[in-house]
Design a protein around this ligand. Structure first.
Ligand code: SF4
Length: 339
């Protein structure tokens, strides 16, 4: 097979090509918050986001970055011999702080020679020029990846989930990051309320035309304490079962460019918070099932990829701004769903 033992361009395959061995993520917490939580854009976060800022498996921010790295390494080494790591700042918005602070924690994270990659999860409206310059400098020392929580290209869904920035802002930030040769990974959520399979495939087609290097696909999780949980209890909107999710994720991968690295096919919400879908908690068996379906369907990444399958522009794209003002109509639309 083109990518080792998998029918898609997995992160595992990519890391072995680049570093000659498996590389493992250390989930870190830089102790930052998010403009969607601190009142700048809103104080309730994206409707699916847990109190842990989508970083429920990350280390405690009460520890220094070096201590977090040592703690996470120790946990991994109990299970298997590991030699190279990705320092992954996962929780909340990891560029949402003064550049001096970011320089301190990122420099601390890459100090150890066994850190192969610095990966930073953030929002595209939170990378001002001084932060970009810092990432550019760091990227000259060690590969820097920036993970952007796009979730969907559709503005109506983005308003519903209270994402708080426009698609053109994502595009603009991808261009700026790529001008520094920083690799970009887009996060997408499958199964958002109101989205059809075609909507999700449109997101994949759009990403094919963007200059991104990786993608994370994830089933929508409904977690306790979120506005999505409240919406779910009121409406009982449809949640895919495992078989439907596997079929959908395979369709997405079939449409995905073979050049784009698949960093994730499924996620696992923290068991104590997960309301639905319950099957998603068994990440290993979900992955096994998806892999079995790939084999059964005799299919692979990029099978239906077409170079120019995405529209160059979507109708009604608003212009890029650093943040939406609170009175933005898209945010207003969302209030209909969450109040
Ligand atoms: S941008 Fe990220 S951290 Fe902030 S509310 Fe949304 S999911 Fe949570």
């Amino acid at each position: 097979m083109r990518w080792g033992d998998k029918p898609y361009h997995s992160l595992d395959y990519e890391m072995k090509q680049r570093f000659g061995e498996k590389v493992y993520r250390l989930a870190l917490n830089g102790g930052m918050t998010c403009p969607n939580r601190d009142g700048t854009l809103g104080d309730r976060g994206c409707i699916f986001c847990s109190q842990g800022g989508s970083g429920d498996f990350a280390a405690s921010a009460a520890l220094s970055v070096s201590e977090q790295i040592e703690q996470q390494k120790k946990l991994l080494l109990q299970k298997r011999p590991v030699r190279r790591f990705i320092a992954y700042f996962q929780a909340y918005t990891n560029t949402y702080a003064p550049v001096e602070y970011l320089e301190k924690i990122f420099t601390e994270a890459i100090r150890s020679p066994d850190i192969a990659v610095l990966s930073i999860a953030t929002r595209p409206d939170c990378i001002p020029d001084d932060v970009l310059a810092l990432l550019d400098r760091l990227n000259r020392k060690i590969p820097v990846w920036v993970e952007l929580g796009l979730q969907t290209i559709h503005e109506r869904t983005a308003a519903f989930i209270r994402r708080g920035y426009s698609l053109s802002c994502f595009d603009d930030t991808v261009t700026r990051l790529r001008s520094c040769q920083i690799e970009v990974i887009a996060h997408t959520i499958l199964g958002l309320p109101g989205e059809t399979e075609q909507d999700m495939l449109d997101t994949i087609d759009y990403l094919n035309q963007s200059d991104i290097q990786g993608v994370k696909l994830q089933m929508l999780h409904i977690l306790k304490g979120t506005d999505l949980a409240d919406y779910y209890s009121r409406t009982g909107f449809y949640i895919m079962n495992l078989e439907e999710y596997a079929d959908l994720v395979i369709r997405c991968v079939e449409h995905l460019s073979p050049e784009i690295v698949v960093h994730r096919l499924t996620g696992d919400g923290p068991g104590s918070l997960l309301i639905a879908p319950e099957w998603s908690a068994r990440k290993r068996s979900v992955l096994n099932y998806i892999h079995a379906q790939f084999r059964q369907q005799k299919t692979w990444q990029g099978r239906f990829f077409r170079e120019s399958s995405a529209p160059e522009t979507l109708p009604g794209k608003p212009s890029c701004r650093q943040h939406y003002p609170k009175e933005d109509t898209e945010c207003q639309t969302l209030l209909q769903y969450t109040n």
